[in-house]
Design a protein around this ligand. Structure first.
Ligand code: ATP
Ligand code: MG
Length: 548
């Protein structure tokens, strides 16, 4: 079936048809290394790399490191790791800071053409002169400096003769333009700060709007894909390249940012969560960062599918987090083994089962995928079941265990509850049951039926682990739609009992725990024989995927 094309594909295909860039398609992903990438960036990565892949083109990774104040090499490394983990490999790796010389030359060229000038207005004065959406701006008194004077001052700015904020270089465009971005925007500012890559060579730094089109052009980018907030900047993007007479100038295309319910995607807000210690770093499994999603257990396949299946348009829209969860379940349903884990154990003694005996019962690793093979699970006189699978005084439709009631144990036998043991506070601490050897799973027993099937583990052969259950980091206020921090976004359970088959599993291994959801062995906190599981997603879902 022919998939409907999105608007970016339409633009690219038209350009290919008209030979605008020959038959070249060259995109780039240009993160600023000032934080870890989040799920919104995953959407941008899949779009930038995805388009290049689809049209046999190239995609660069370019660090947009023109603002030295907030940037760090830690972020550079995490970004490369995240892009690779998502399954992409860049054709070229670049840093905008490598273009500082070239950008300086371009600025000089614009000054010589009378298209840029040094302005001494303070930041506040500049704001006043800029005008508003309804009023035109006023020309700066420095707008008519001669080319010679501008060249001289700009050079002296670069040599460190002036203090931060004393002067800026501005493009000379139109202070009355209805588009405020075009009202003589700043191209260079003075900042006496160390740059993570360029060192102390520069004390003037180019602004994004000036650096970006030129960086794209230097790399031979054809389609410069970004998000909608840059739409108003496109005329400026085009203006710089036009003034510099760039041939085959790249084309900026904007799409609407990915937004999700229960998620904040702003590096600034995420950084605050990290700095305030609300989360355990950028890779906390609750974080919407790629590192957090990875540690949570989300697969790159599920995340890519999510990015491709959410709309790529110019319309704003919020995607339900439940859609991502749905895709995570879909991705793991047929790929991960299904085992048994008891999160809140209640001991069951099977009184008619021989003491000290262990038998091994055969279980399919994934009932829907026979190729995944089988394993043997130990069964014995003492087992654990989930505490809330027993009720002393059950309501009508409770089909799990209760005094005198019979249930099926998954992969094993029917058991019947004969006696309830309590401690001095009246709390149930043990159940005495009998089992019926005739009802062994897989033997085709049809003598009688039971409604409930419980998961369980052997008390002597299971592994003790910690399990973390997650909830959203933010809830949305029903009225204002604002994100409110959820104080209970993680619940840590100790002393959970998991099937012995996981004993030697590597951190990062994923499982479905029967009736509980999908889990991963945490890669950072699993150590010294203490296994920690993160719940990736529960099995329950009210989410209905849209019909295709
Ligand atoms: P933030 O506001 O979270 O700091 P940013 O846009 O400043 O994000 P950049 O490092 O500049 O972060 O982004 C790199 C690329 O990722 C840009 O092209 C940007 O448009 C894109 N991007 C960022 N957030 C999203 C999002 N939510 N959805 C889609 N693309 C995004
Ligand atoms: Mg940005």
């Amino acid at each position: 079936m022919d998939e409907a094309k999105n608007f970016i594909e339409e633009i690219i295909e038209k350009d290919l048809e008209e030979d605008v860039y020959g038959q070249r398609v060259h995109t780039r992903f240009p993160p600023e290394p000032n934080g870890y990438l989040h799920i919104g960036h995953a959407k941008a990565i899949c779009t930038d790399f995805g388009m290049a892949k689809k049209y046999n083109g190239k995609c660069n990774l370019r660090f947009d490191d023109t603002n030295p104040i907030k940037e760090d090499t830690e972020y550079v490394e995490s970004i490369m790791e995240d892009v690779k983990w998502l399954g992409f490999q860049w054709d070229e790796l670049h840093y905008a800071s490598n273009y500082f010389d070239k950008l300086y030359e371009c600025a000089v060229e614009l000054i010589k053409k009378g298209k840029a000038y040094v302005c001494d207005l303070s930041a506040e004065e500049m704001r006043e002169y800029r005008g508003t959406l309804t009023e035109p701006g006023k020309n700066s008194p420095y707008r008519d400096r001669s080319v010679e004077e501008n060249l001289d001052i700009f050079e002296r700015m670069s040599k460190g003769e002036f203090a931060d904020g004393e002067k800026v270089l501005r493009a000379k465009i139109d202070m009355a333009s209805p588009n405020i971005t075009m009202r003589d925007p700043v191209m260079y500012r003075i900042a006496h700060v160390h740059h993570h890559k360029a060192g102390d060579k520069w004390c003037i730094y180019p602004m994004y709007d000036f650096a970006h089109p030129i960086s794209d052009a230097i790399e031979g980018i054809t389609h410069s894909i970004c998000t909608l907030e840059f739409e108003d900047h496109r005329p400026l993007y085009d203006w710089f390249l036009e003034q510099l007479e760039w041939k085959e100038a790249p084309k900026q295309i904007e799409f609407s940012r990915l937004e999700l319910t229960n998620i904040v995607t702003s590096k600034r807000k995420l950084l605050k969560l990290v700095q305030d210690g609300i989360v355990d770093g950028w890779s906390d499994p609750r974080m919407p960062t790629i590192a957090g999603l990875r540690r949570r257990g989300v697969t790159p396949d599920a995340l890519r599918t999510f990015c491709y299946e959410t709309p790529l348009t110019k319309n704003k829209g919020v995607v339900e987090f439940a859609f991502l969860e749905h895709l995570i379940r879909e991705d793991m349903k047929l790929t991960q083994p299904r085992i048994m884990g008891v999160l809140d154990p209640l001991k069951v003694v099977i009184t008619n089962y021989p003491e000290g005996e262990v038998e091994y019962l055969e279980a399919e690793n994934n009932q829907e995928v026979p190729e995944m093979g089988k394993r043997q699970i130990p069964f014995g006189r003492e087992i654990y079941i989930e505490r809330d699978d027993f009720m002393e005084e059950p309501p009508k439709k409770f089909f799990r265990l209760a005094p005198g009631k019979e249930v099926r144990l998954k992969h094993a036998y029917f058991i019947k509850c004969e006696e309830v043991i309590k401690d001095e506070n009246g709390e149930v601490i043990e159940l005495r049951c009998t089992y019926d050897p005739e009802t062994k799973s897989g033997t085709g027993f049809t003598g009688r039926k039971v409604k409930g099937t419980l998961h369980w583990v052997s008390a002597t052969e299971s592994v003790d682990v910690s399990v973390r259950l997650y909830d959203h980091l933010f809830n949305e206020d029903e009225e204002s739609g604002e994100s409110i921090l959820n104080e209970n976004s993680v619940e840590v359970l100790e002393g959970c009992k998991i099937e012995a088959s996981i004993k030697d599993a590597e951190p990062g291994s994923r499982y479905q725990f029967f009736r509980h959801g999908y889990f991963i062995i945490d890669t950072e906190d699993t150590k010294d024989g203490n296994i920690v599981f993160n719940r990736i997603v529960s099995l329950k879902s009210s989410y209905k995927p849209p019909k295709k």
